[in-house]
Ligand binder design. Sequence first.
Ligand code: HEC
Length: 174
Amino acid sequence: MSTRRIAAAALLFTLAANSSLAESPRLGKSITEVEIAAWDLSILGDGTGLPSGSGTAAEGAAIYAQKCVACHGEGGKGGNNGAVVGGGPLDRIEATKTIVNFWGYPTTVFDFIRRAMPWQQPRTLSNDEVYALVAFIFAQNKLIGEKDAMNAQTLPKVKMPNRDNFIVRFPKEI
Ligand code: HEC
């Protein structure tokens, strides 16, 4: 490349760099509080973030029959996809992990269903529906009574069977 062509290329580059500084690409728009709230769904183990609303196992059974049974099977025992009810002992590394034999926090079940289920239509369930589905799944797993309502107060108090079996590898980091 001749010196002149290099100089021309350098000049072009400088011009392009300067113009991009002067003018932003004007992509996107500012996000609103309402839009943030729709994505701010995380629920902590102590129940922080749980919305208002409530639901019982009986209500959940009806929703389950309509929106979940095709994939998770009758009574939640598993079908095309994993079981949400039952589970064998976690006695070997290949053992299937389920809600009742593995999950440490009851609130994760609410968080997961609300953000991810039904698989083909995530985030379409109302908070009452999610509480009802959690009540149904927990009652089927004998973690709560048939008549117990799940809501922001009762849900975090459900004791998961595997809760105390997690080993915190770096306790000082917490
Ligand atoms: C079209 C099939 C389909 C439907 C319908 C569906 N699910 Fe699922 N579900 C899945 C799949 C696939 C997974 C595994 C997802 C993953 O591991 O990321 C899953 C995982 C889950 C889990 C986590 C289970 C575990 O132990 O990891 C829960 C809880 C759950 N679904 C609840 C529901 C509920 C409640 C409904 C009804 C509102 C529902 N699902 C409807 C396919 C479905």
